[in-house]
Design a protein around this ligand. Structure first.
Ligand code: CMC
Length: 393
C-alpha cells in the first residue's frame, strides 16, 4: 500500500477530465460550457440549459423545438408504473420514491440501454428529463392523497410540472410567468456542478457500464443526504426552529461553531467555493424580488438574512471561508411558490438531472475511460486465525 495517497473525501483527487462545467471557487465563478451562469438570469430556460450541458452547445431554434417536443411527447409514465406509487406509504419520503421510480424506468425502457447509440441516448435523455417531473409530481400527489394529473401536451416544461403538482382535476393550475421564471432559474442554477457527490456517484455507477436510469437513480440517493441536496430542507427546518422561538439566531450560530454539538449552520460552506457561491447570490436576489411580487411575506426570509449577517461577521466563519451556498435561499423561494419542504430535494434532483446525464454520456464517450475503483489503505488486523464457533469465548 506504500504507493497509495490517502485523500479523504477526495478533496484533492481529480477523477476525470470534463468539458461541461467550470468552477473557480476562489473567485466565485461558475460557467456552463463556458457561459457564466449570470447570463442565464434574464430569460431563464431550464430546457435550453439541459440541452447545452448534455450536447455541448446552445440549441438552434430547430434543435430546441425538437427537444421540447420530445419532452412533451414522453411526459407520460407507463400506466402500470402508477401502481407502484400505491405501494408506498403516504408518509414515504419523496426522494425514496423518486430513486425507486427512476430505477424502475429501467424495467419499462430496456430498449434504451445501448451505450454507443447517440440517437437512443437522445431519446433516453429526453425521456428521463421529462419523466422525472411526472414522477416527482405523482410522489407529491400520492403523499397528499390526491388524484394524479396527466401531463398536458399544451404546456411547456415548468408550467406542465406545476400543473401536475397543483391542478385540481376540474380546474387547471395557472402558471404565473414570474413563478415560471423563478422555477426555471432555480432549476438551471442546480443543473450542474462538476464532481459533486451525486454527480461523482452517477459517474462511478456508470463507469461499470450500468444503464443511464440505474446510474441516475444512484445519483438521487447520493443527493438525498443533508450535507448535499438535503441541505435545502434542513435550512428550512433550521429557520422554522428559530421562528418558533426554540432557539435564537445568535444561539444557533454559537451551537454551529461548537464541534461537540454536531450542529452546522445549514446552507453554509462549500468544498470548492471559498469566497462566495454565485448561485446563492442570484437566489438571494430572486427571493427578495419574488416574495413581494407574490404578495407573500415570509418571516423566514428575515431570519435567513439575520443568520447570514451574524455569520458573515463572525471570525469562525470568516477564517474558514464559509459563505451561504445554493441551498440557503432556494427553500424560501420554493416555499413561496407552495412547494412543500419534503419536495425541496426532489426539486434539486430535477434540476441536477441534466448534469448527471451530461456526465454519464461524457464518460461513456471518453476513449479509455476505466471503471472507477479507488484504492484504500488497510488499517485492520494482521493475519488472524479462524476459530470454530464453539471454541469462541
Ligand atoms: N457550519 C459550521 N461549521 C462548518 C460548516 C457549517 N455549515 N461548514 C464547514 N464548517 C467547518 C468545519 O467544521 C471545519 O472546521 P474545522 O476546520 O475547525 O474542523 C471547516 O469548516 C471545514 O469544513 P469541512 O467539513 O472540512 O468542509 P467540507 O468541504 O468537507 O464540507 C460541506 C463542505 C458543504 C459539506 C460543509 O460546509 C457543510 O456541512 N455545510 C452545511 C451543509 C450544507 O449546506 N450543504 C450544502 C452544500 S452546497 C450544495 C450541495 O452540494 O448540495
Amino acid at each position: 500500500t506504500g504507493h497509495i495517497t490517502l485523500d479523504p473525501g477526495y478533496g484533492n483527487t481529480g477523477s476525470c477530465e470534463s468539458a461541461i462545467t467550470f468552477i473557480d471557487g476562489e473567485r466565485g465563478i461558475l460557467r456552463y460550457r463556458g457561459i457564466p451562469i449570470e447570463q442565464f438570469e434574464q430569460a431563464p430556460n431550464f430546457v435550453e440549459v439541459a440541452w447545452l450541458l448534455i450536447f455541448g452547445h446552445l440549441p438552434s431554434a430547430d434543435e430546441y423545438k425538437a427537444f421540447a417536443d420530445n419532452l412533451t411527447a414522453c411526459a407520460n409514465l407507463d400506466e402500470s408504473m402508477k401502481h407502484h406509487f400505491e405501494g408506498f406509504p403516504r408518509s414515504a419520503p419523496p426522494m425514496a420514491i423518486l430513486s425507486a421510480m427512476i430505477n424502475a424506468l429501467s424495467c419499462f425502457h430496456p430498449e434504451l440501454f445501448e451505450l454507443e447509440d447517440a440517437d437512443r441516448f437522445r431519446v433516453a435523455a429526453a425521456g428521463l428529463i421529462s419523466k422525472i417531473r411526472t414522477i416527482a409530481a405523482y410522489a407529491y400527489r400520492h403523499s397528499v392523497g390526491q388524484p394524479y394529473i396527466y401531463p398536458n401536451p399544451a404546456l411547456r416544461y415548468v408550467p406542465n410540472f406545476l400543473h401536475m403538482m397543483f391542478s385540481q382535476p376540474y380546474a387547471e393550475h395557472l402558471c404565473d410567468p414570474i413563478v415560471r421564471d423563478a422555477i426555471n432559474l432555480v432549476l438551471l442554477l442546480h443543473a450542474d456542478h462538476e464532481q459533486n457527490c451525486s454527480t461523482s456517484t452517477v459517474r462511478m455507477v456508470g463507469s461499470s457500464q450500468a444503464n443511464l436510469f440505474a446510474s441516475c437513480a444512484a445519483g438521487v440517493c447520493a443527493l438525498w443526504g443533508p450535507l448535499h441536496g438535503g441541505a435545502n430542507a434542513a435550512v428550512l427546518d433550521m429557520l422554522e426552529q428559530i421562528h418558533q422561538g426554540q432557539i435564537s439566531p445568535e444561539e444557533y450560530v454559537r451551537l454551529a461553531k461548537d464541534k461537540d454539538s454536531k450542529v452546522r449552520l445549514m446552507g453554509f460552506g462549500h468544498r470548492v467555493y471559498k469566497n462566495f457561491d454565485p448561485r446563492a447570490k442570484m437566489l438571494g436576489k430572486v427571493a427578495e424580488r419574488l416574495l413581494p411580487t407574490l404578495g407573500y411575506k415570509d418571516p423566514l426570509l428575515d431570519i435567513a438574512r439575520k443568520l447570514e449577517e451574524i455569520a458573515l461577521e463572525d471570525p469562525y466563519f470568516v477564517e474558514r471561508k464559509l459563505y451561504p451556498n445554493v441551498d440557503f435561499y432556494s427553500g424560501i423561494i420554493m416555499r413561496a411558490i407552495g412547494i412543500p419542504t419534503n419536495m425541496f430535494t426532489v426539486m434539486f434532483a430535477i434540476g441536477r438531472l441534466p448534469g448527471w446525464i451530461a456526465h454519464w454520456w461524457e464518460q461513456a464517450q471518453t476513449q479509455g475511460s476505466r471503471i472507477a475503483r479507488p484504492r484504500q489503505i488497510y488499517v485492520g488486523p494482521g493475519v488472524t486465525d479462524h476459530v470454530p464457533r464453539d471454541a469462541r469465548s
